[in-house]
Design a protein around this ligand. Structure first.
Ligand SMILES: [Zn+2]
Ligand SMILES: [Zn+2]
Length: 133
């Protein structure tokens, strides 16, 4: 189940860009054992504050990124222009060839009114699925 500090471990399945953008639509706070949380932290990039992890106080990440689970959201890859859904707290990062276009369109349709326009730009081109860069 994806929490903020997990996001830096992801990369775009198509172009391998590791710096994705995330917009969260629904979140929940999940408890963590403090002994576990104290060992974890965003390492390179803090997605919650959207800046380098080195500029976010350790304690801040530990009180927020570790606990906030994204239930529903959108991930976009600024490098190739693709987008991916987060559904039931699982980032569905699929290669174009395995992607369920129909399901992704339904998702886009369902959430589009809740998204800021910069994200919608990415989703307009369905999914920029079959275009080559
Ligand atoms: Zn963080
Ligand atoms: Zn990409």
């Amino acid at each position: 189940m994806v929490r903020y500090y997990h996001l830096e471990l992801l990369a775009c399945p198509e172009c391998r860009n590791p710096r994705l953008l995330v917009y969260s639509l629904k979140e929940s706070i999940k408890e963590f054992d403090d002994s576990v949380a104290s060992k974890l932290k965003c390492r390179k990039w803090c997605y919650l504050y959207d800046r380098p992890a080195s500029t976010v106080p350790l304690d801040t990440c530990r009180k927020t990124c570790m606990f906030r689970e994204i239930d529903e959201g959108v991930i976009v890859c600024p490098s190739c222009g693709r987008w991916y859904p987060i559904v039931n707290s699982i980032p569905v990062l699929m290669d174009d060839k395995y992607r369920d276009v129909e399901r992704d369109r339904e998702f886009a349709e369902r959430v589009k009114d809740k998204l800021p326009s910069w994200i919608k730009q990415y989703m307009l081109h369905p999914l920029s699925l079959h275009e080559d860069k």
